[in-house]
Structure formats: C-alpha cells, structure tokens
Design a protein around this ligand. Structure first.
Ligand SMILES: Cc1cc2nc3c(=O)[nH]c(=O)nc-3n(C[C@H](O)[C@H](O)[C@H](O)COP(=O)(O)OP(=O)(O)OC[C@H]3O[C@@H](n4cnc5c(N)ncnc54)[C@H](O)[C@@H]3O)c2cc1C
Length: 464
C-alpha cells in the first residue's frame, strides 16, 4: 500500500459525511498532507444506510399514499401497486449519483484514501488492517455509530432488522412488521412499511412516541399513525423475542404477545470505537462510551479530535457537517467553540415532525420560567386546502427574558418551516418582531407567525 511508510499531517478515520468534510476542507484550504480511511463505503451511514435511501423510499411511500388518498380531492386512481424492487433500484441509482465517484474527488484534491479499517494504536500512531503503520501529527475520529439492540431475552443471534436490513434485505414487502422503538428511525420505517402494505405495530417502552421530542409534538402526530392503521403500544416493556419458522413472537410485560413476519430494532446507537487502543492513545470515554471532548472537539488524546456521530451529541448529518467545520477550523488555527443551541431536527414522517432548541420539558428542567404558545394546523387555511390538518406549531420561550428557547412543528413541510424559528433563535430576533413579519397567504408558515403573535401576547394556548 502506498501509504505504508508515509507520514500525514492529518489522518481522518471514517469516510462518512463528517470525515469527508474534514478531509476535503483541509485539502482545499491548506497544504497539509491529509489521509482518510474508510473500511466500508465512502459516504458512510447517511449515503448508504440512512438519510438517502430512507428518504428515497419515503418518496415512494408518499406517492402510494397520495394515490390511495386522492379520491378525497375528487380524483380517482385505481389499483395502487408498490413495486418494491423498483423502489430499491431508485435508491441505488440516487446513491450512485451521490457517491459513485468513490475516492476520485478526494484524490483530485490530494487526499490519500485508505480503503480499509484503521485503528488507533498510540499517540500519533495508527495501524491499517493489512498491518501498515501510519504516523499522523493530528488525528480525527469520524467513525460514526452503529445500531444497538436491547439485551432482550431471545434476541441475540436472530435475524432481526436494523436500519441496514430494513433497506437492503427485503426483496418483497413483509406481510407484517414489528418496530421496536419510536424515535425518528423507528417512526420513519413504521409509516413507510405500513404505506407499502405491511401490518405494522410499534412497541415503545417510554410513555409516548418520539420520546425525545416535545410531548405535544408526539401527541399531535400519534393520531396520524392510528388513522393509517398502525398499532402503537407505548409504555410497553418487551421481555422476550422468539424467531422460528420465519415468524416473530414478542412477549410484553403484562400484555398480550405480538407476532409479525419481520422485526425492526430501532432502539438506539452506539459509537464505533471497538478495536482501537484508546488507552494507548490517551482517549478517555464518557459514561455513554463516547470520547470526552472539549469546546473544539479535542479529545483527551494528544491532537486527536472527534466529530460527527462519533461525538454522541446529536446524531444528524448536518451536525456532523457543523462539527467538521469546528474541527478543521481548529486544526487551521481558527478555533471556535461548538454550540448546539440552534440545531434543527426533523423526522421525515408525513406530516413531518420538526424541532429546534429546547422542548417545554427540557426548558422547565433547565429552570426557565416557561411561556409557550400552541397553534393547531386545523386553523390554517392552507392546511384545510391541502386536506392535511393534523399538526401544530409550538413555541417555547423564557417568560422573564423573552428569549426564544425552542420551536416544534408538526405539519407538511415542517422540516422546512422550522428554519424560520431557527433563524429567529440564531439572530435572537425579538418575538414581537417575528409576529409582525408579513407572511404570504395562504401558507402553512402563517401558523408560525400566529404562534409568535400569541407568544408575544403572553397567551398560553390550550393543547391542540
Ligand atoms: C435510518 C437512518 C436515517 C437517517 N436519516 C437522517 C436524516 O434524514 N437526516 C440527518 O441529518 N441524519 C439522518 N441520519 C443520521 C446520519 O446518517 C448520521 O448522523 C451521519 O451519517 C453521521 O455521519 P458521520 O460521518 O459522523 O458517521 P457515519 O456516516 O457513520 O460514517 C462513519 C464512517 O466511519 C467508518 N469507520 C468506522 N470505524 C472505522 C475504522 N476504524 N476504520 C475505517 N473506517 C471506519 C464507517 O465505515 C463509516 O462509513 C439517519 C441515520 C439512520 C440510521
């Protein structure tokens, strides 16, 4: 291998979106000698097993659903059929468009790509799977996360799906699907497979769906799942899973067992740090197993940074991109402290669930004197016209200081609309000024304006 005895100024471990952004930005902006290792596919989880394939599949699912539903608007379509292999083929094509160039864009900028697993073995030292030794003045861990399954009796060694299998393993739509976990990933797959034709049941141990979102957001979205025939079991503790003869049985504490043809486990992620000699490199981990890192994402290891999902902060591509900028800025001598105050989050279900900043609960936990405003989507004329009235806009502010602390939107295009709230938070625009801003009619964004007006009036609207 060409890199065997070479020394790098910066070596990036992991060629997902984050690691790629670090390597390419350094190569564009400096003369530093940059190397990057990827053991699987350049583009990482987002391109191959996450954002892109799921959003492609969601597009097909939405097409199917709107064709079925369009008779409400006086248009009749007969015989909706989902061609699952064609859906997957489209996902493959789009991934190929995105990352088909492989290592070329890196090499054109002078980045050396090492297409194998590389592990930290000491300060400034790495070792590739083929035994090659690598010396690097600075190292960036952009190693991402992987799906984790709960220690559920009977689960280990069984062919349950994680996000990877849910995209790439089925050749046809399963008759039924159990989804364990109702975070963003669980919800997106649950609605997708239900609309493709599976009978779907969601099992969630917390007392509500989308547990990390504002309670009102989950409550506004739940009726959509129920209307679409998805069974939702919240506060349900799975105690045992059994797979035999191509079928699953899941036992729940104090409830009837559930059965299904397939099981998707979407209960969380863990860092991909196995195999590294972190101790030798001086990288300490926190209680969750992620590297302890300072304001500019320097770990406790000498000149070793962490970025992206590897930090365990907010597991989103745009957060990885942001953290990549923090890291390459620090490496190039322009440190700026990381700040997660205004990070949009979107679950791409339909209607979308989007949020930024603090939930009402987190704001209260932080000791804020909380004021909220809630506007129901059913009061919005555009929502009525579109026939999609489930949802709401909720704003969370500090009553005493007037600071806007968070926003939560459930509605069509919520993932776009949330940026109005994010912009107001970023620029610290007064709440009354946002309410004064003229919004086009009829748009869903008018609900955001009304939420600002109500908040400015100090009026706490009732729950939607
Ligand atoms: C189903 C699903 C849907 C998602 N949808 C969205 C979405 O819509 N929007 C959004 O913002 N986020 C979404 N995400 C999250 C998003 O995919 C991640 O936040 C993003 O991929 C993180 O990028 P990363 O580069 O930090 O990590 P990764 O993309 O995980 O990349 C890390 C890379 O490091 C490589 N690697 C690890 N260890 C080594 C080693 N020792 N040597 C060499 N290579 C190594 C891995 O092979 C991997 O390719 C989704 C995730 C999932 C699972």
């Amino acid at each position: 291998m060409g890199v065997a005895l070479e020394r790098f100024d910066v070596f990036v471990v992991g060629g997902g979106g984050t690691g790629s952004e670090v390597a390419l930005s350094l190569a564009k902006r400096s003369d530093l000698r940059v190397g990057l290792a990827e053991r699987d596919k350049l583009g990482g989880e987002c391109n191959h097993y996450g954002c892109i394939p799921t959003k492609v599949m969601l597009r097909s699912e939405r097409g199917a659903e709107s064709a079925r539903d369009v008779s409400r608007f006086g248009v009749h379509v007969q015989g909706v059929h989902v061609d699952f292999p064609a859906v997957i083929e489209r996902a493959r094509r789009i991934i190929q468009q995105q990352s088909g160039a492989g290592a070329r864009p890196f090499e054109e900028l002078g980045v050396t790509v090492v297409p194998q697993e590389v592990r930290l073995v000491g300060p400034h030292r790495l070792e590739a799977a083929d035994g090659t030794q690598i010396e690097a003045h600075r190292i960036v861990l952009a190693t991402g996360t992987e799906a984790i399954a709960p220690p559920l009796d009977g689960l280990e060694g069984t062919p349950y799906w994680t996000n990877k299998e849910a995209i790439w393993s089925p050749t046809e739509i399963p008759e039924s699907l159990l989804v364990l976990g109702s975070g963003a990933i669980g919800i997106e797959f649950a609605q997708m497979y239900a609309r493709f034709g599976s009978r779907v049941t969601i099992v969630e141990s917390e007392d509500r769906i989308l547990p990390s979102e504002d309670a009102d957001a989950g409550a506004a979205f739940l009726p959509v799942l129920e209307k679409e025939g998805i069974q939702v079991r919240v506060g349900a503790q799975a105690t045992r899973a059994e797979h035999s003869e191509g079928a699953w049985v899941m036992e729940l504490e104090g409830r009837d067992p559930l059965t299904a043809a397939e099981l998707l486990v979407a209960t969380g992620r863990r860092p991909c740090l196995a195999g590294h000699d972190l101790e030798a490199a001086g990288v300490e981990l926190d209680g969750r197993g992620y590297p302890v890192a300072d304001e500019t994402l320097r770990t406790t290891g000498e000149r070793i940074w962490a970025a992206g999902d590897a930090t365990g902060e907010l597991l989103f591509t745009h957060v990885g991109d942001y953290e990549a900028r923090v890291v390459w800025g620090d490496i190039l001598g322009s440190p700026r402290p990381r700040d997660y105050r205004v990070i949009p989050r979107v679950t791409f279900c339909e209607p979308e669930v989007a949020s930024v900043g603090l939930t009402e609960e987190k704001a209260r936990d932080a000791g804020r004197d909380v004021a909220t405003s809630v506007v129901a989507m059913e009061d919005n004329e555009r929502a009525l016209i579109e026939g999609q009235t489930h949802g709401m806009v909720k704003l969370v502010a500090d009553r005493r200081t007037g600071d806007l602390l968070g926003g939560h939107i459930v509605g069509e295009t919520a993932g776009d609309m949330i940026h109005e709230v994010a912009a107001a938070m970023t620029s610290r625009v007064p709440i009354s000024a946002m309410g004064d801003m003229v919004h086009a009619y009829p748009t869903l964004s008018e609900s955001v304006k009304w939420a600002f007006i109500r908040l400015a009036e100090g009026y706490d609207a009732p729950d939607p």
